[in-house]
Design a protein around this ligand. Sequence first.
Ligand code: SAM
Length: 277
Amino acid sequence: MGSTEPRPRVEAGREPDLLTYIWALPNFHELANNPSKVLDAIDKFNTEEKRLINIGPRKGVVIDKIIQERKPSIMVEMGGYVGYSAIRFGDALRRAGGKKYYSLEINPINASVAKMLIELAGLQDIITVIVAPSHEALAQLVQDGSIEQIEILFLDHWKDRYLYDLWFVERLGLLNEESVIVADNISPEAGRGIAYVDWLKATKAEKEETLKAYEFSDDFEGLDLANLIKKKGIKDVGVDLANVEGVPSYVYETEIHPFQGHSGRTDGVAITKVLSI
Ligand SMILES: C[S@@+](CC[C@H](N)C(=O)[O-])C[C@H]1O[C@@H](n2cnc3c(N)ncnc32)[C@H](O)[C@@H]1O
């Protein structure tokens, strides 16, 4: 355990340090093929050594429950970090009879740490880590036919991408009336995730107004983007995939579960059901 002095919020190199820590644990051999022991070790590093930015056990339980209830075949997370949520939810998905958990991570160092921990936990067959910006990774999964629908989408990357990546998911037609979207770090009090939540709660007319304020470089009227990606491929699709217009007709129901954050700030997990598309 470190000193009693406050730890800096961000400690450079903490993600690879997690691997050094885990591989040196006296009970390391017990972690092999044991997702819950790998999660415990990450939690211990987080509380006793260096602070990580993973979902953690308190919020994790809420999402575990959704997986147990929905029994998704496919789940996609945006923002994989060092693999904590992928191991936790990938294991829950496997126990619920699911097929695949896609973890999209932009940072190759975080993704490498995640891949090692996923392999240690014995979940490499069920979890696929893709190292790319979330919209590019998603387009790749659509292009190669790996996903046609997303039953549970977990948004946990950078908050300013939540809305744009949701628009991309809508435009690709990946949601259905059974889909659930879970978004971490939504705090209406702290003003985080507001544009995203506003979109989820807006009427069709309000959404059309919102979209008018954005300058989309491409014309999305009547465009079947998923088919275009399949036909032309990501590189030649001719559409700026990071900047895709949302679909105003989707009707959502959103509930925000509040949590007390480390610094005493209220944080929240937004759970959204798709009511109609
Ligand atoms: C809060 S962490 C994710 C924590 C992880 N879901 C967990 O609970 O274990 C956010 C991660 O999102 C990644 N990220 C940020 N922007 C991204 C993007 N556009 N596409 C994919 N990953 C992104 C960051 O590199 C970081 O690893």
